[in-house]
Structures are given as structure tokens and as C-alpha cells.
Write a protein that binds this ligand. Structure first.
Ligand code: GLY
Ligand code: MN
Ligand code: MN
Length: 439
């Protein structure tokens, strides 16, 4: 299928779900890093999903109440020689008409004068407030004018809704193209983890391993990292979002690496591996690693259509708790410890999240009281861990932790596609058995 056709089909599906409402979806803007330097541009995933257009400042309109040929409108930065000399190519109005399947295109500076006309006749406006201050100001102004004018007749939109539930439900179910791209992100990222483990030895700095991984991402044609890589030796692994990556890798410690790439079209991987820096687990490290691995395998086996992410989490937690009782870090019955959350000083996060164009991807986990059932085409991470340290107090009645366990942080994270049968582990090229982690 031609790439442009994918976006066209997504727009058709989105337009069909809008009913009589008109959607306004802005692109991202540049964000200042410091002084007059900006962060690398990152497109708004909702906008990207529907347009495949990677420029800042644009605004897309989706107008199911208009006739065919007037339903997909894009406001874009116009061609401008001087701006393009400094900051690069722009497609401009004619470019997006020719290459992006747009029905009608306008220069961005006409947005405020044209928006009102496009919205008349729609039953409601779909616009996500709180994210795009410049566009929001204009949308709210127009909406307020519609409310003022409604008493004089005419068909003006009288409701302002968020497009998120419609759009994010679409994004939650990956089509075959998206699955291919996510397999590619996972392939590159898995191999980067393999390379990192091969290179690691005592005396290196965490940052050298970060460089190895991120160079591999770029060498393989990815855009870069999907999120700040976590390269955490020893005790640093107990900081869940550790990103300083600037400590020495000590002989006898473990190294936890949580890193994944983002492709040119923003599909992401999110993978964690933990292994001994000197190639050999000690007894405590091995015992904890085996528990986390057992929990991850059990949780992955529970990723089946009709189950839900809460069941996957519970499956991981139960296996962790069983293992912790066996080695004496918890005491009591599994059910009691799980029910009371008495393991949370050792495992304090959830077991996974949706994965897609965003690393913590959109899509509901619960609808009202009910957990969303897993369906083929959904992709989630499965990432149990154990973090033994003094950060959180040991719950009353639970065993004090012997020093020999402290400072060990372990997480194992894979990217998992729900299928009609057992789950497909997209990141399977990153090895994880105890033997594979040793050299
Ligand atoms: N790398 C972020 C996460 O695992 O959720
Ligand atoms: Mn994750
Ligand atoms: Mn991760």
C-alpha cells in the first residue's frame, strides 16, 4: 500500500466517527531549549497519525459536514525563501496539495479569518484544550462568537468536545503497516541492547554504553531515541527514571539499560535488559533476576485476547511475590500480600503501558468501571522489576532487608503484540535468559 493511502484511510475512519462534528488538530510548535536554541522538532502524534506531515505550526481541519473534496483542510507555513535558507525546506500550500492528499490548503496566517466559515454547519467542535495555546485562543474566540450568534438562527456548533476518545481508540488498534514499523523499531532496539551487553565491562562509564546504543539507532536509520535512555549501573537502577548516565560501571554490579529507538515515522520501541557488568551474577543478583524473568514470562503468557492489562499486572505481581516469599524478602500468603500491596517497597510501578507513536501511548486502560479487553493489534510493554533499597520503608510485619540484597535494581521489558493466539514478542532479538546475560 502506498504510504499516502495509509493516512487517507485513517482520515476516512476518523471522519466517519466524528458524526456531524468538525475536528481541529494542530501540529506541534518548536520548543525553546535555551536562549534562541530549540529542541529537535517532535510532531504531535495525533496530527501525524492523520496527516503524515512533519512540519511545525500547521493546523488540520476535518469537516464531515462539508461535501466531498472539502473535508480535509490544512493550514501550513507558506513557502518563504529566507526562512527556508535558515531553517530548511517547507512544502508550502501547493506542496501539500500535490503530495499530502489535502482537499484544500491555505497559508497559516489565514487561519483566523477562515476558521469560522469552515465550522458553520457543524454540530460540534472537536478540539483538545490545554495543549496548543495559540490555536486554542482562536478556537475559543470563534466558539464564543457562535454561542452569541445562536439565538439569531443559523447552524452553529454549540458544543466543544475533545477528539481524544475517538482518535485514541483508533490509535490503540495498530494496523498491519503500524505493526511492521513497530517490529522494525523493536528489531533495531533489540540489536542495540545486544551490542551494549557485548561491549560492557567494568571501568567503563554509563555514558559510553549510552553512546553505543544511540549510535546504533542512528546508524540503522532511526530518528534517535524514543525517550531519554536509562543506563543505570548498580544502585542507580533503583531510580526508575535515572537518566544522568554518568557513573562508573563497577565490577560486581548489574547494569540496567532501558532504551528504545524512534523511527522516522515516530514508531517506537521501549526495551529494558539487566545483566552483570563483569559477566557473572552473584547469588543474590541471580535469585532476583530469576524472579523478575519468571514474572515477565508469566505476564507475557497472559497477554491474550479478552484479558486486560490489570490481569497482566496481577500475574506479574503474583509471580514476583511468590519468588520474594521463597527468598525471605516477604512473608505471608501470596493473596494477602498482593491484596494489601505489601510488596510495593520492592515493586512500585505498573507492569506495562500501551506503545505506539507515543512511548506511553494513548488509549484507555479502563472504560468506566471496566478494564479494556486486549484485542489483536494492540501493543503493550510488559516490564516487571524489583528494586531493593532503603528508599521506602519496609511495611510493618515484613522482614527487614539484609544488606546483601540492597542496591540491586532489575527490570526486564519487552514490547508485545496481542494476536489471536499467544502474544508476539516484537523485541525477541534482545536475549534475556540467565545464561545469555552471562559471559
Ligand atoms: N522507558 C519508559 C518506560 O519503560 O515506561
Ligand atoms: Mn515502558
Ligand atoms: Mn522502558
Amino acid at each position: 500500500m502506498k504510504n499516502s493511502q495509509i493516512y487517507c484511510e485513517r482520515r476516512e475512519r476518523f471522519l466517519a466517527k466524528l458524526g456531524g462534528g468538525a475536528a481541529i488538530i494542530p501540529a506541534s510548535i518548536f520548543v525553546t531549549h535555551h536562549a534562541d536554541c530549540e529542541y529537535p522538532f517532535r510532531q504531535n502524534s495525533d496530527f501525524w497519525y492523520l496527516t503524515g506531515f512533519d512540519e511545525p505550526d500547521a493546523v488540520a481541519l476535518f469537516l464531515p459536514h462539508r461535501q466531498k473534496g472539502e473535508r480535509y483542510i490544512l493550514f501550513v507555513r507558506p513557502k518563504e525563501a529566507v526562512a527556508e535558507i535558515w531553517n530548511g525546506f517547507r512544502w508550502g500550500v501547493q506542496g501539500v496539495l500535490d503530495h499530502f492528499g489535502v482537499d484544500v490548503a491555505h497559508p497559516l496566517d489565514e487561519f483566523s479569518e477562515r476558521i469560522s466559515e469552515y465550522l458553520i454547519g457543524a454540530e460540534s467542535i472537536f478540539f483538545r484544550i490545554g495543549k496548543h495555546p495559540k490555536v486554542e485562543k482562536l478556537v475559543l474566540q470563534i466558539f464564543s462568537q457562535f454561542l452569541d450568534r445562536s439565538s439569531r438562527g443559523g447552524k452553529f456548533p454549540m458544543q466543544l468536545n475533545s477528539p481524544c476518545s475517538i482518535l485514541h481508540e483508533l490509535r490503540l488498534r495498530k494496523d498491519s503497516w503500524e505493526i511492521l514499523r513497530m517490529k522494525e523499531a523493536a528489531r533495531i532496539s533489540s540489536l542495540a541492547h545486544e551490542l551494549a551487553r557485548e561491549k560492557t565491562c567494568p571501568g567503563m562509564n554509563e555514558r559510553e554504553i549510552q553512546a553505543t546504543i544511540e549510535k546504533f539507532f542512528l546508524d540503522q536509520g532511526a530518528r534517535g531515541s524514543a525517550y531519554g535512555s536509562i543506563v543505570a549501573g548498580g544502585q542507580n537502577a533503583c531510580t526508575l527514571h535515572y537518566t544522568s548516565n554518568n557513573s562508573l560501571l563497577e565490577d560486581g554490579d548489574l547494569l540496567l539499560i532501558d532504551a528504545g529507538c524512534s523511527l522516522d515515522d515516530y514508531y517506537n520501541a521501549d526495551i529494558t535488559r539487566t545483566f552483570p557488568i563483569n559477566g557473572k551474577f552473584n547469588g543474590e543478583q541471580r535469585a532476583l533476576y530469576e524472579i523478575v524473568l519468571a514474572a515477565q514470562n508469566a505476564a507475557i503468557a497472559s497477554v491474550l485476547p479478552g484479558r486486560n492489562t490489570e490481569q497482566v499486572h496481577l500475574c506479574a505481581v503474583k509471580t514476583l511475590v511468590e519468588g520474594l516469599i521463597e527468598i525471605g524478602l516477604l512473608k505471608g500468603s501470596v493473596d494477602y500480600l498482593v491484596e494489601k500491596g505489601l510488596y510495593r517497597h520492592l515493586y512500585m510501578h505498573r507492569t506495562g503501558h500501551w506503545l505506539g507513536l507515543d512511548v506511553h501511548d494513548v488509549g484507555a486502560y479502563r472504560l468506566g468501571e471496566y478494564p479494556v479487553p486486549l484485542e489483536p493489534g494492540m501493543v503493550l510493554t510488559v516490564e516487571p522489576g524489583l528494586y531493593v533499597n532503603d528508599f521506602l520503608p519496609v511495611p510493618e510485619g515484613q522482614p527487614e532487608i539484609d544488606e546483601r540484597w540492597k542496591g540491586i535494581g532489575i527490570r526486564i521489558e519487552d514490547d508485545v503484540l496481542v494476536t489471536n493466539e499467544t502474544a508476539n514478542v516484537l523485541s525477541c532479538n534482545a536475549l534475556k535468559s540467565v545464561d545469555d546475560m552471562e559471559k
